[in-house]
Design a binder for this molecule. Structure first.
Ligand code: SAH
Length: 228
């Protein structure tokens, strides 16, 4: 695909052996969590998570844990990022919408796996930081937007895949309407503060089909654009 960006700055031969060993830890954690998709594991291995965490947490960048980022939000646990990416099953021709850019890490994992990633964040500070990181890594097939992702991105719809990394209480209708026929949406759904269910929703010929993939814990999907 002509506009599929390469994944510069991330090739294993540009990593030090220590960085490669740390990256391999995340791959092992994802494998233990049940991810076997080779393309997803390769994206995890070659995407430098240290670029996406805040300086105080640098030494934990390769641990399989969620970490705090600005604006009271979190960068997700690597094995959960891998599980959700594998459940989404992005293909090289796909246009993928992500709601909740946060640090930009999940968008960077999706970038080498599909044609184009559209990602929306409601916090201006996070949006700016993530955009700068993604640009610095040369991930030119990621388009970022400051906005309310609960409305989706009607101007760019329909999408082959939609991934939410913030949890609504129920499947947002507006987002489901922006899926192509046969398209797939993966999201955590449920109430804030309790465990949520990871759902895979397929836009089938007879309507939406739902599958439950397990328990997860995410920050809530909030409406409107934040002040900072
Ligand atoms: N995918 C991120 C995870 C960030 S946590 C990463 O890889 O780092 C979820 C993010 O969703 C937060 O940054 C939060 O601000 C954002 N969010 C919550 N509601 C939103 C909405 N309606 N539109 C866009 N972003 C939203």
């Amino acid at each position: 695909m002509s506009d599929k960006a390469p994944h510069p700055g991330s090739a294993p031969d540009r990593m030090t052996s220590q960085q490669a060993a740390l990256a391999m830890r995340m791959v092992l954690a994802a494998r233990r969590a049940g991810v076997s998709d080779a393309r997803v594991l390769a994206a995890l291995e070659t995407t430098p998570r240290a670029e996406f965490v805040e300086p105080p947490y640098l030494q934990d960048a390769h641990q399989d844990t969620a970490l705090p980022i600005a604006c009271g939000q979190t960068i997700s646990q690597p094995s959960v990022v891998a599980l959700m990416t594998a459940a989404l099953a992005p293909e090289p021709t796909h246009r993928v919408l992500e709601i909740g850019t946060g640090s930009g890490y999940q968008a960077a994992i999706l970038a080498p796996l599909c044609r184009r990633v559209y990602t929306i964040e409601r916090h201006p500070a996070l949006h700016r930081l993530a955009k700068a990181r993604l640009d610095r890594l040369g991930l030119h097939n990621v388009t970022t937007l400051l906005g309310d992702g609960s409305r989706g991105w009607p101007e760019q719809a329909p999408f082959d895949r939609i991934l939410l990394t913030a949890a609504p209480e129920d499947v947002p209708r507006l987002l489901a309407q922006q899926l192509k026929p046969g398209g797939v949406m993966v999201l955590p759904a449920g109430q804030e503060g309790s465990l949520q269910t990871l759902l895979r929703v397929t836009n089938g010929a007879d309507g939406l089909e739902y599958e439950e993939l397990g328990d997860v814990r995410f920050v809530p999907l909030l409406e409107g654009i934040a002040r900072q």
